[in-house]
Design a protein around this ligand. Structure first.
Ligand code: AHG
Ligand code: MN
Ligand code: MN
Length: 338
């Protein structure tokens, strides 16, 4: 994956150039992504201040940490909605934080896309200054234009996504997205207030030696999953395999971002407590799976391709195994061994 050193390309320029290359693309879609980038800058500003507020709170206000977590979840949710409700591109939104579809206010035009998002992913990491993120997914509506979006516009399988991506608020803030023609990463330069292309055409390694999972759930997993993790930790000389390393941040965005760049596998399997898995299909699994597949990786629920699951509910959950193609193959081999 070539790092870009010789050209300065903002995300806006990149989106326009991408659009010029695709047949039939309209300015609608690039304006939509541009509006999203603005929302991410505003959330980034707030996230960057959260640590400062937290440090002050630690001097005596005991309940501030919990409130900050809640405030940031809610703040990010509101910022995205308000940045996106009036552009005329969307006919509705759905957020992990809201039970129902978020309609476009009556005074604004309804457009041809729907937006689904997890406004703040990894929110339990906010008060310990660990990377968190925002995840988004864009679908083209299936109901007639110029009317409010309906549930069926949102309940489409992931392979129908027009674009998806995430922003990671970490040591540096990055926006990674795909519009179905490769994966591009932009690093936020706060001094100029722009996301600049830093990772051109990201490709995930075919195989990696890192696995990423909440191993505290080990005793709740089924036998196949336990066998895979036992094997991941072993040297297996006859397979020329060394023990894998474990990395687990607990923010899916950060764990999948590392998996994308270094290779390996991120897993959130079903267990006896969360028998459908924990992660949400529409706000987390589908967009991250689309990004990883576009970078040459794979995403599975253990039996089938995540992007082919027909959603039945807005807040449906799914087991998720996502990462380097060969690592996902390995996991499936263990899960499906009788
Ligand atoms: P969210 O903060 O949006 O609710 O998502 C949290 C998710 C995901 O980011 C992460 O991979 C997972 O929950 C961590 O769960 P565990 O604490 O069970 O490991
Ligand atoms: Mn999340
Ligand atoms: Mn969330």
């Amino acid at each position: 994956m070539p790092l870009v050193h010789n050209k300065v390309i903002t995300i806006e320029r990149h989106i326009i150039e991408q659009q010029e290359r695709s047949d039939g693309a309209t300015g609608d879609f690039s304006a939509l992504l541009r509006d999203m980038a603005l929302a991410f800058k505003i959330i980034n500003r707030e996230v960057m201040q959260a640590g400062l507020v937290d440090a002050l709170g630690a001097t005596g206000q005991e309940n501030v940490q919990g409130e900050i977590v809640q405030k940031l979840d809610e703040f990010a949710n509101t910022v995205i909605y308000r940045a996106m409700d009036h552009g005329g591109h969307l006919c509705g939104m759905a957020s992990e934080e809201n039970a129902e579809i978020l309609p476009i206010p009556k005074e604004y035009r309804c457009g041809k896309y729907v937006l689904l998002f997890d406004p703040l992913d990894g929110s339990s990491n906010i008060d310990v200054n660990v990377s968190i993120g925002t995840i988004f997914s864009i679908l083209k509506r299936v109901t007639p234009e110029d009317t409010p979006g309906e549930l069926q516009d949102f309940l489409q399988p992931g392979y129908k996504q027009i674009a998806a991506g995430y922003t990671i608020y970490g040591p540096s803030t990055m926006l990674v997205y795909t519009a179905g023609r490769g994966v591009y990463g932009f690093t936020y330069d706060p001094s100029v207030g722009e996301f600049l292309l830093s990772h051109d055409d990201i490709r995930i390694p075919e195989h990696g030696s890192i696995y990423s999972v909440n191993e505290g759930n080990y005793h709740k997993w089924d036998a196949g999953m336990k066998r895979y993790i036992d094997w991941a930790k072993m040297d297996v000389p006859e397979e020329d395999k060394k023990a894998y390393s474990l990395r687990y941040i607990g923010s899916m965005v950060a764990d999948v971002h590392r998996t994308l760049l270094y290779g390996g596998v991120f897993l959130y399997p079903a267990d006896i407590k969360s028998y459908k898995g924990k992660l949400r299909l529409l706000y987390e699994a589908n967009p991250m799976s689309f990004v990883v597949e576009q970078a040459g990786g794979r995403a599975s629920n253990g039996q089938s391709r995540v992007l082919e699951i027909q959603p039945e509910k807005l807040h449906q959950r799914t087991p998720l195994i996502v990462g380097s193609p060969k690592n996902v193959d390995e996991v499936e081999r263990f899960l499906n061994a009788t």
